[in-house]
Design a protein around this ligand. Sequence first.
Ligand SMILES: O=C(O)[C@H](O)[C@@H](O)[C@H](O)[C@H](O)COP(=O)(O)O
Length: 262
Amino acid sequence: MTKLPSLYAFPDSSTLQQNLYQYILQAQSDALARHPKFKIAVSGGSLPKLLASPVLLASRDIHWGKWEIFFADERAVPLTDPDSNYALLKQELLDKIPKTASEPTVHPIDPEMLSDTQDLADAYEKALIGSFAAKDSVKLPIFDLLLLGCGPDGHTCSLFPGHGLLREEDAWVAAIEDSPKPPPRRITLTLPVVTHALKIAFVATGAGKKEVMRKIFDTHPEAEGGEVLPCALVNLGAGDKVSWFCDQAAVEGVSFSKKSSL
Ligand SMILES: O=C(O)[C@H](O)[C@@H](O)[C@H](O)[C@H](O)COP(=O)(O)O
């Protein structure tokens, strides 16, 4: 039997943040029991703000110095640009980490490579190889945790519905020049890297997500050979390694049976 993702719906964002914090804490302790670093990747969008909860920032159980943070996707813009996911994470989370704590290792894109997105993606893949292992010794990197968003069209990272990048099998990091969500030039982790992670958390809030949530959880285009949305491809590929942290508004009308209020 296929193992299904978990879908949690919380009454408000502070309860969601509390539960996301507990989940991250567990992922951190699982990871640090296996190796010295907690290797994660994060998206842009609304995720960094929800991630940076007061409970997470005040916690003495978060070992920031052992965190190694990559970007699940990044826009090909300077690191100080308002469109940069790095700038967003810095503003929402990194700058708020208590000064008394050790600093996490953060892997931004190389701002010298912005003129060619393929070079940018290749350089980012090299950073992954440096942290995980050479590509000839491991088929794919294994992140301890991915923290992802879900777009209203069902995209995640910079993997968009119907895009050829969804079929990428070799690259760990791919370039995209025609992102339908601006800005168009980006890099992204590929689908095999996403589904290979040990844990994957999606965070989706607000009524603007309810239509796509119904499509992701309550329709099964794969059964008829139809087009499957990128977020649903992650559910299919990673099964019970996936947990969705949502509010009530985002899951209104979703009838998926593993829905839980935790
Ligand atoms: O760089 C990006 O554009 C993001 O990484 C993107 O994948 C985001 O996570 C989704 O668009 C959801 O965004 P919201 O959470 O803001 O809806």
